[in-house]
Every structure is written in structure tokens, then in C-alpha cells.
Design a binder for this molecule. Structure first.
Ligand SMILES: [Zn+2]
Length: 164
């Protein structure tokens, strides 16, 4: 048996990365997936509101639907009107909720982020949730956290979704 390792971070071992996680109620999770089915074959999009816990876990308490303003290519692009985003943010704050993520759907494509999704993601520390909608039915839903601190080092990193 090895002696237990001291808990100090100064023991020369790198600190384990924190566990990335998005917690969401079954109601909001279902609503996000249904939205993708309703807008099929176009992409849906919306905002996730709730709280950020001390360990970085995001807890979704409501989801706001947005109109996809991309009329040129709504099957594989989404865009949220900044005015709509400001309104959602203000209404959320009145309820004590912050914007903690965004969601959209991938009609007939996997629930993986695209280079465009990364390029257009700017909210560091927020979750980006993607639902694959296959032939009109919601399939896999995945979530990614936008990590980094600036445009040059940003990444979308897999995170676990806990539905409760
Ligand atoms: Zn996408």
C-alpha cells in the first residue's frame, strides 16, 4: 500500500481538470429536443438560463426559444438576433437567472460541433448544446463547454449532461 497522497496542490502533480457538467431538468431537456423536431428540416436555436455553481457546473432552470434569423441557410446555420438575446438576458435576470448556454439542432447531422459552431461561439464558460434530429426525430443530444479566454485559444470541450 502506498501512503495517501497529500491533498496539497503543491506536491508536484497537476491538478485534475474539473469535471465539466451541465445539469438540466427533464422538462427543459425535452423542450430543447422538441424544438429541434418542430423546426426540422431547419435548425432551431435558443438560450439556456440558470445558475453557475462554484465548481463551474451549470444548472439549467429555463430554456428560451429563439427564432433562427438565418434565412439564407437555415438547414445548417443558426443565428440569434442580438436584440432578442438582450431581452432574454434581461427577463432572466428579473427571475434571478443568468445565460449559461445556448442550444441548436443539427438536422440529419451528428450532434457534434462544426468549425462554424466554434467560430461563432463567443461566450466563454457557457454550454453549447447540440441535438441531432434524424428524419424529424430528436436523436443524440450532446453538450460542449466553450473553454479558453480569447478567440485564439478557444475550444469546445465535451461535457456530461445530467438530466434530472
Ligand atoms: Zn451547429
Amino acid at each position: 500500500m502506498f501512503p495517501p497522497r497529500p491533498s496539497s496542490l503543491a506536491d508536484g502533480f497537476p491538478r485534475r481538470d474539473r469535471f465539466l457538467m451541465l445539469k438540466i431538468t427533464n422538462k427543459e431537456y425535452t423542450a430543447v429536443r422538441q424544438h429541434g423536431e418542430e423546426t426540422y428540416p431547419n435548425e432551431c436555436c435558443g438560450v439556456l438560463l440558470g445558475q453557475m455553481e462554484d465548481d463551474g457546473t451549470r444548472v439549467v432552470t429555463s430554456a428560451a426559444r429563439c427564432g433562427n434569423t438565418r434565412s439564407d441557410s437555415p438547414q445548417n446555420r443558426y443565428h440569434i438576433d442580438p436584440k432578442e438575446l438582450v431581452r432574454i438576458q434581461r427577463e432572466g435576470r428579473e427571475r434571478g437567472e443568468d445565460i449559461i448556454g445556448f442550444y441548436h439542432s443539427h438536422p440529419d447531422h451528428p450532434a457534434q460541433w462544426s468549425p462554424t459552431d466554434l467560430a461563432e461561439a463567443h461566450w466563454f464558460g457557457c454550454s453549447y448544446v447540440i441535438t441531432a434530429v434524424a428524419k424529424g426525430r430528436a436523436a443524440m443530444t450532446n453538450s460542449f463547454e466553450l473553454t479558453g479566454s480569447e478567440e485564439n485559444d478557444k475550444k469546445l470541450v465535451d461535457e456530461k449532461i445530467e438530466v434530472r
